[in-house]
Design a protein around this ligand. Sequence first.
Ligand code: ADP
Ligand code: MN
Length: 495
Amino acid sequence: QCPWGAPNKTSISCSLADVMSEQLAKELQLEEENAAFPEVVAVAEGPFITGENIDTSSDLMLAQMLQMEFDREYDAQLRREEKKINGDSKVSISFENYRKVHPYDSDSSEDEVDWQDTRHDPYRADKPTTTPRRGFVGKGKDITTKHDEVVCGRKNTARMENFAPEFQVGDGIGMDLKLSNQVFNALKQHAYSEERRSARLHEKKEHSTAEKAVDPKTRLLLYKMVNAGTLETITGCISTGKESVVFHAYGGKSATEDKVIPPECAIKVFKTTLNEFKNRDKYIKDDYRFKDRFSKLNPRKIIRMWAEKEMHNLTRMQNAGIPCPEVVILKKHVLVMSFIGQDQVPAPKLKDVTLSSEDMKKAYYQVLNMMQQLYKECKLVHADLSEYNMLWHDGKVWLIDVSQSVEPTHPHGLEFLFRDCRNVSQFFQKGGVAEALNERELFNAVSGLNITADNEVDFLEEIEALEKTNEDHVQNHGKKLSMFSSDGDPPIYDE
Ligand code: ADP
Ligand code: MN
């Protein structure tokens, strides 16, 4: 639960569900709302990173959370002092104006009018008879104090004008209406809460249309990582994609001696509220590593599995010596890894960098090599390999974004591999690498298979036939074909 107080139930009249109709999104949204995350954190939501406002650093969020905590403490102290000073006295003073968190919990105030507040009192200007600072006018028997019922009532009516502008006060002043303190306070309270409510609604609306980068729970996760010292600071957002948001952070100190946290980290937050993930079911559903678990999972857990998948795949690649981010820590749907780039500047994607023809050729052979390693040593097919998911850093290509990567024995694994080959082949051929194999040659070079079809249609047909043979074998024998012998030879299919 939240360390900043009891959760408030908030009613949300403009929900994300309006925008996202898919069942998954709805469920996730509901779950989030039902968790009734305390308003304290929701307040900190405002200026934090959104799609439109990606420069804001999350330090701001942390600062806001701390400030909010501080403010509440401050107010509590104020309230204690107020009580001490006022005691049982009939006339009490109020520190209302000095409160930081306005005026949230002023539930006490049946008889509380801030007498000091006459700055905007219209009666003051054109009615000189209003009581002066010393608190009374007149002499002896005719003395009128500021507590005089009539004066006070008029004043209250006038003050009503200073309520929130949207708050309809009617023509009380013109009618010389006199409000009792009690009524005045009740109205004041109402005006304030109206103001807060509309502010809240406005905020909610903004967040539902402007795509929320991270939800409060994620923010709390990030906050905890900073708090635990794993991360030093979270500096800002590197990328907002359909399925994930990536932040840059400076690494902190590790709890254990043996693991060193890289000086710069990338935090990949898998989005928990987008139905985009639904379309990607097929990657994970047919991946036998996750098969048993898939059926038992709720949507939130499935999204966590994407993060988990990325972590496992990165670890495999790391072990094979493929240049890729190094896993630092995984917490739910948040994956922290080493940052590819320097001084907060991420390495450029291959599609954005202009390489000399020499470097281009070097990059090509490196990619060919990595694809083979990935397939043979890591037993993985990237499944989203393109110039968008390859970074150029330190004079070499780094592979990223492997949450969707699958084993070659995945029912569609070879099709994914073919798609990867097509992307890679096209990119380097267009990039002027004369040596670049075409997609079919590349496929055979990576997989060790020898598909001879000389056109794409036939080639794909053969690929699908192979996949089917493999699947049938699984059906009949209850286990995967041994596509790989232990020494990393090319896979052997039953034919
Ligand atoms: P998505 O599924 O949103 O494409 P990616 O893993 O590709 O997720 O990350 C999106 C972008 O964030 C990448 O294109 C890259 O620019 C940046 N990025 C991701 N991971 C890292 C990293 N470890 N170091 C530097 N930049 C990264
Ligand atoms: Mn990507």
